[in-house]
Design a protein around this ligand. Sequence first.
Ligand SMILES: Nc1nc2c(ncn2[C@@H]2O[C@H](COP(=O)(O)OP(=O)(O)OP(=O)(O)O)[C@@H](O)[C@H]2O)c(=O)[nH]1
Ligand SMILES: [Mg+2]
Length: 276
Amino acid sequence: MSRFGVLVVGPAGCGKSTFCAALISHIANTKRSCLYVNLDPAATDFEYEPAVDIKDLITLEDAMEEMGLGPNGGLVACFEFLMENLDWLDSSLDDVGEDTLVIFDCPGQIELYTHVPILPNLAKHLTGHLQFSLAASYLLESTFVIDKSKFFAGTLSAMSAMIMLEIPHINIMSKMDLVKGQFSKRELRRFLDPDPGIILSDVHKKTNPKFHRLNECVVGLIDDFSMVQFLQLESQNEDSVQAILSYIDDCVGWSEVQEPQIKDEPDMDYTEPVDD
Ligand SMILES: Nc1nc2c(ncn2[C@@H]2O[C@H](COP(=O)(O)OP(=O)(O)OP(=O)(O)O)[C@@H](O)[C@H]2O)c(=O)[nH]1
Ligand SMILES: [Mg+2]
């Protein structure tokens, strides 16, 4: 049996939990089923109560207090603890069927997947042991396009997550409502399907010439991989959420295993009238 899931990842505050809530609400509207898993041991306010919550296993506060760590070290400790207690996660996800999309809301510390292989190992466990067909959706905040050097940094982190996680990956430019009026469609396209060469000249203008060679190397790296494109997301817009969900469905192969839905069951006793 297959299980389906999406890891919602990205830097702090980029709109992951809001996107998860929008997905849950949209999935409910379309009479599909989903399960919300909170993997952020510091998260407090939820629009939808998680069905599975890492805080039932360990909280960031406990980890920081007991080990005398700061917030980042505490978070890594929480995930190390989770990795040592994967049976907790296994039993929490035991009953998930192939008609349910599991939405994993991850913390915003991108070190967990760009620097240390914690989330990649978790993804391996989900796809291997628990037989999940899993995709990652990496959110980057649209306001990053206003500061081009931030945009490059964000694109590099998206690329790094893509390479580290080794699962089907969708990059999403979140909070598009914040920049829509400020850029023409043509300008936005430069960022959604990045042409680093063109954006580079803008970065050069704002940086000391002694860094130009470095800028060019970074851009060359993004160009060589040619892997990053962004979908647009406005979490308050249901059409936008539906569009992203369709990509997620394609990535995990959702539709291939779903039964076709017959809305009105035909009356089995009914027989076609025979023409005389
Ligand atoms: N304008 C706008 N604001 C948004 C959107 N999505 C999220 N936000 C706001 O961005 C802020 C952060 O959103 P969250 O969903 O908590 O972000 P997060 O990535 O889960 O944050 P962390 O879990 O702390 O990493 C909140 O104030 C949201 O209301 C959006 O599509 N448009
Ligand atoms: Mg969150």
